[in-house]
Design a protein around this ligand. Sequence first.
Ligand code: HAM
Length: 430
Amino acid sequence: MGEEAAPLRAPAGTHDVLWPESARWERLVAEFARRAQGAGFGLVLNPMFEDAQLFRRGIGDESDVVRKEMYEFEDRGGRAVALRPEGTASVVRAFVQHRPAVPWKAWYVTPAFRYERPQAGRYKQHHQLGVEVLGTDDPDVDVEVITLAADLYRWLGLRQVDLAINSMGCGECRSAYVAALVAYLEAHADALCDEHRERYRANPLRVLDCKRPQCRAVTEGAPRITDYLDEACAAHLARVRAGLDELGIIYRLEPRLVRGLDYYTRTTFEFAATSLTSAQNAVGGGGRYDGLAEAIGGPPSPGIGFGIGIERLLLACDAEGVFPVDPPRPDAFVVDVTGGTEARALCAQLRRAGLGAVRAYDGRSLKAQLKQADRSGAGYALIVGPEELARGVVTARPLRRPGEQVAVPRASVVEWLATQATNRDAKDDQ
Ligand code: HAM
């Protein structure tokens, strides 16, 4: 054997989420699922990789996500595939492929892969919670989708979240607007950042999204899409705004908001956590994509949705000091100093009865097991030593609330603990 190899690490820009941090993920996903289901959404699961054409056609060849960030490769069979950089294109592809009845409302939780320079809040693999609604362009759906996200932030306890809304109009308003924008950019091309001085013609809307100060200064005075909306698109936006106002959702109209994916039409929106100082403060975003299903070969079917970045959302929670989640606490820690047989049997019985039970292994000493029991956060230590074994009892010692330890008959300890656990839950709820 040669020298020991250096331990392998997770690739830069990816991360492991270990317990107890993962308890927050579980809680967040469960709450999101509960809310989405309550609003009529069902879970959709899609492959992590797709034919690369799906993203090229769906998200747009000229978008940064496709041009610079996609994990695209040829598989062993020579097919061009890509890891999903986001959720929407796959969900719409599944809709087109399976043609479920409309309106089709789907929610998801998914990893997304983007080849980006890793920095705080920007990863090569991140995770999104999202919803998509297909088959209707009713502005009430826009309101419903935006409200679902806004209410989740509020439930988490976040107060510093700014919601920006815009409309990208339909294809027609957009071509009139893009012509005006290109003329404006042409006149100011020298002042644009290096990248956009070269590329503004290929995708002029991208310039509005550029965070570099040169482009920001130029776009300050650029024509506004909201001045180019036709009657129907303007009316749609007005109805979305009125709906949000009625529900008390606070937002600001931001005509420069174009978002990084090219499929958007009409309503677009983004939630920014102002507690995060970095440029990576978008904690969610979405919008309508009324032409996406057609662009990937399906029937015309309007749609809208959002994606919320889980890592960013949790960073925002940390910044505001909200959403602490206690790791789950077992009902009992079984301490066995008779050799381990009791711990094995009692844990199995308790778990089969739906109670949480943990134990130590490797024949550890009483002291070591009690220490571990304390650390476990369990409600009770259930102690079985030679004396208990001889008397047919278990010593139940409360660990988290003051109280006397009691000897409980071995035969009824499962029922006894179940009663204690119910009482404890009731107290916790008070
Ligand atoms: P997106 O704005 O590209 O939209 O991403 C959604 C959210 O994912 C962002 O607001 C951010 O919280 C998070 N995110 C994006 N990239 C990264 C990254 N590299 N590292 C960490 N977090 C990130 C979409 O993906 C659309 N599919 C949303 C949508 C759904 N539109 C309509 N339906």
